[in-house]
Design a protein around this ligand. Structure first.
Ligand code: NAP
Length: 246
């Protein structure tokens, strides 16, 4: 038994990278995981793999840009398992490039997924958490919001909007029902660079990832650490980056 055993955890962006690693680790430690993303085949394969290893996992097609999909994901957890203990709002895209490129569609897409997606998760989960008397909201933000660098301005802005949102929500939620955790990873070896449309920036990021990015499992362990604390202990912020990252 671990402190995570039996917790019902919904994870967005569970089809690859940090979300997938988190799903595997939490399931290994006894959580029931409810996996959301758009690539349902990847989700189904992951859930099957978790079940083959003795874990419990179900999937739910989820586009976080759609409010009703988050209602569906949270509703599925409650319908199948009677409650939702943790929502890991992890789905994200990185359409980075210089602001002067005026990639207005890319900016909108990042706002829709990185910010609106988290808001949709809150809208779906908060009533459930309040009804149950407990709940934990974990979000994946980024060191991009801590050290602002060229090409990442709008991406960082979406991540810092989430950081601000969580702090406000935390201030409004000091009655002991809700825990909030913002996890800020640095470079992590995932598929995130695939979402970069600017070819030059994409190659730069891939090169950096090959050079020194950490494994997504490292972020999964940080998320598990926040979840496994007793309910009266809230881990507010975790920054986790490669030791050599500047
Ligand atoms: N890798 C890094 O260096 C790094 C650093 C800091 C922060 N982060 C953050 O970590 C989080 C996870 O990213 P990752 O690095 O693990 O990259 P990844 O491997 O590309 O994973 C991104 C996940 O988000 C999902 N996603 C994208 N758009 C979605 C949508 N509209 N609805 C639902 N799911 C969606 C993807 O699934 P589908 O395509 O199947 O929907 C995928 O599962 C993101 O929020 C990212 O910003 C990553």
């Amino acid at each position: 038994m671990t402190a995570i055993s039996g917790k019902v955890v919904a994870i967005t962006g569970a089809s690859s990278g940090i979300g997938e690693a988190t799903a595997r680790l939490l399931a290994e430690r006894g959580a029931v995981v409810v996996l959301g993303a758009r690539r349902t085949q990847r989700l189904d394969e992951l859930a099957e793999n978790i079940r083959d290893r003795g874990g419990r996992a179900i999937t739910c097609a989820t586009d976080v840009a759609r409010r009703e999909d988050l209602e569906g994901l949270v509703g599925r957890a409650v319908a199948e398992f009677g409650r939702l203990d943790v929502l890991v709002s992890n789905a994200g895209i990185s359409k980075i490039g210089p602001v002067a490129d005026l990639d207005v569609d890319g900016w909108s897409a990042m706002i829709d997924v990185n910010l609106r997606g988290v808001l949709h998760g809150i809208a779906a989960a908060l009533p459930v958490f309040r009804r149950q008397g407990h709940g934990h909201l974990v979000t994946t933000v980024s060191t991009s919001g801590l050290k602002i660098v060229p090409t990442q301005a709008v991406y960082a802005a979406t991540k810092n909007a989430v950081r601000t949102l969580l702090e406000g929500l935390r201030q409004e939620s000091t009655d002991g029902v809700l825990r909030t955790t913002a996890v800020s990873p640095g470079f992590v070896r995932t598929e995130l660079a695939d979402s970069i449309d600017n070819a030059q920036v994409r190659e730069q990021i891939r090169h950096t990832m090959d050079e020194f990015a950490i494994a997504p499992e490292a972020v999964a362990r940080a998320i598990a650490f926040a979840i496994e604390q007793p309910h009266d202990v809230e881990i507010g912020d975790i920054t986790i980056r490669p030791t050599v990252q500047g």
